[in-house]
Design a protein around this ligand. Structure first.
Ligand SMILES: [Zn+2]
Length: 177
């Protein structure tokens, strides 16, 4: 059995859980490898660590795309697609529109679903959409240093694992003429 206990703390892909949320007893890992789950030896509670769903939105303005320069970790200072985490109980589409509004102050309408992107041993799953602007004036909002337009053929080096694939799939979705 592989476990991820270091210094009495349990690390499971960046989430650190030490104590049982139900009874407060110490947790231990049960199960092998990536399916290992923090479990309480006292009351039997098992912590199921779900994937984390995030959105990114490729927003067209003319023949350019809106990117934001990140003001938070990870990848602070790098340009990326607008987007962010989906809240529990929120539709994925609403989360995409909300995150764009928070980061860019733009109102967008989603125009297509580009795809769903995941990797082994990474907790984050990305739902990527295309969108067009329907209102608002672009300005750097929450968690963003700067906002700018880039030609899709001339984007800066993108920081996240699926970024290039998302762009390639966006071309396939939008170049249907
Ligand atoms: Zn417990």
């Amino acid at each position: 059995m592989i476990n991820f206990v270091f210094n009495s703390r349990i690390h499971t892909m960046n989430i650190e859980i030490n104590y049982c949320p139900r009874c407060g007893n110490k947790l231990v890992n049960k199960g092998a490898s990536v399916r290992s789950r923090p479990s309480c030896t006292d009351c039997g509670y098992v912590v199921y660590l779900d994937p984390k769903l995030a959105t990114v939105v490729l927003i067209s303005v003319g023949d350019e795309l809106v990117l934001v320069r990140r003001a938070i970790e990870p990848q602070i200072g790098r340009w990326s697609y607008p987007g962010g985490y989906v809240d529990r109980g929120e539709t994925v589409e609403a989360a995409a529109v909300r995150e764009v509004k928070e980061e860019t102050t733009l109102d967008v309408s989603l125009t297509g679903f580009i795809g769903l992107y995941s990797s082994s041993n990474r907790p984050v799953v990305i739902a990527a959409y295309s969108a067009e602007v329907i209102g608002g004036t672009p300005s750097a909002g929450e968690e963003v240093q700067e906002i700018s337009l880039f030609r899709p053929s001339d984007l800066p080096e993108m920081p996240f694992p699926h970024d290039d694939q998302i762009l390639a799939d966006w071309y396939l979705l939008t170049d249907d003429g």
